[in-house]
Write a protein that binds this ligand. Sequence first.
Ligand SMILES: NC(=O)c1ccc[n+]([C@@H]2O[C@H](COP(=O)([O-])OP(=O)(O)OC[C@H]3O[C@@H](n4cnc5c(N)ncnc54)[C@H](OP(=O)(O)O)[C@@H]3O)[C@@H](O)[C@H]2O)c1
Ligand SMILES: *[C@@H]1O[C@H](CO)[C@@H](O)[C@H](O)[C@H]1NC(C)=O
Length: 382
Amino acid sequence: MLRLGFWLLLVSVPLSSAFTPPAILATTVASSTASGAETGTVQQLDVPVNQVVTRVAVAGATGRVGRLVVEELLSRGVQEVVALVRDVEAAEEILGGTDAPANLQITQCNLSSKGQISSVLNDVDAMIWCATGFSQKPNAGPLEKAKGLLDLAMKKTIDVTALPVIGNVIKENNLGGKNPQQLPKVVMCSSAGVTRTIWDDEKKALMPGAADIPIVRLNPFGALDIKRSSEDKLRETGVDYTVVRPCGLNDEHPVGSRPLLSQGDVAVGRINRKDVARVLVDCLTLPEATGKTFEVIGVAGYPFGSIRGALSNLRSDEEGLPPLDAIVSTYTTLQQLLPGEKQDSAALAMGQTYEQLDKDEVGRLGERGKEILDDGAPRPSS
Ligand SMILES: NC(=O)c1ccc[n+]([C@@H]2O[C@H](COP(=O)([O-])OP(=O)(O)OC[C@H]3O[C@@H](n4cnc5c(N)ncnc54)[C@H](OP(=O)(O)O)[C@@H]3O)[C@@H](O)[C@H]2O)c1
Ligand SMILES: *[C@@H]1O[C@H](CO)[C@@H](O)[C@H](O)[C@H]1NC(C)=O
């Protein structure tokens, strides 16, 4: 037991700082004793990402998750990182300006254009999707703004239109021939909560702490429904994919927290965007991630180790969700990990933090049920 504990500690060494020596493959690790620990060498559980992919594209590379994904891929030595952006100049500034490394290719791509997507993905091994059609470009003119709102109203945002094209194109690309074991080729950053809007009343009543959080209660612009259908459109392409659904993205939440993976869409809580980026990149290297969808929060105080074990215990989308009582069990456990003291996610207002709730303070958008939503990107408070 002690040995195992030590072992787990060892494998939690961040991949990014440990990719330089050639990898010892997972199979070696799994069947070996703790001899690596005794000799003091650093061993890795997972295959480094630069050994399974050569050219990886990131959609939404200027976004707050996307830029961290780019950084993560670069720091792990991926040969070519293709940042797909709509504004090259802005992207150059965000992604390092003239200091940007040579293996970063900032590429203009209009994600509304099927033709452009197909041409830029031509020789890409894999893609990490971090874009969302719910944010307006900061400098958008009135016409562009109006078009954005119209797309939202018609549920035709880039999420829904681009992901199926991406799936179909990348399905045919061959991971530089290095992928014998069905690794995910498209890893999508989606969102926790996307299925809760269509839970029936009984299910909602069983799990109010998941069904009645602000983002689900208000579901601004039907954003969760749009995301749910974009997930479906990706699945329908038949590409090897992973759908990662983070809970509340929070830049103050400790980096390097344990990613807690769950299924059934009952997770509520926080995760740092840096940890999301790491999970997204890790998925590219793990056959256990293929064909799966999971929610993720970051549990502070426990180190970020390999997610491989957790992933292998998850169900594939083909197998379907566990029965409702199992989902409710997951829910009751996860509710005990809510931030703050009151632990009552259903009592939150949009824009209110758990800490504000504890102190009976009103959040930035006003009282629960009377929140004033701006027309910018709606943000869950969790
Ligand atoms: N906020 C939360 O708590 C939360 C929780 C769970 C999941 N999520 C999801 O996590 C994902 C990443 O979040 P984030 O905070 O990184 O988002 P973000 O900072 O708003 O980034 C969004 C990205 O999408 C790009 N984009 C938007 N519309 C586009 C269009 N029409 N064409 C091309 N690119 C477009 C943006 O490009 P520009 O830089 O050019 O604008 C930007 O790079 C999102 O899908 C979000 O919905 C969020
Ligand atoms: C992006 O492509 C779409 C579809 O071809 C087109 O309607 C739109 O005007 C393009 N947007 C920009 C900014 O070029």
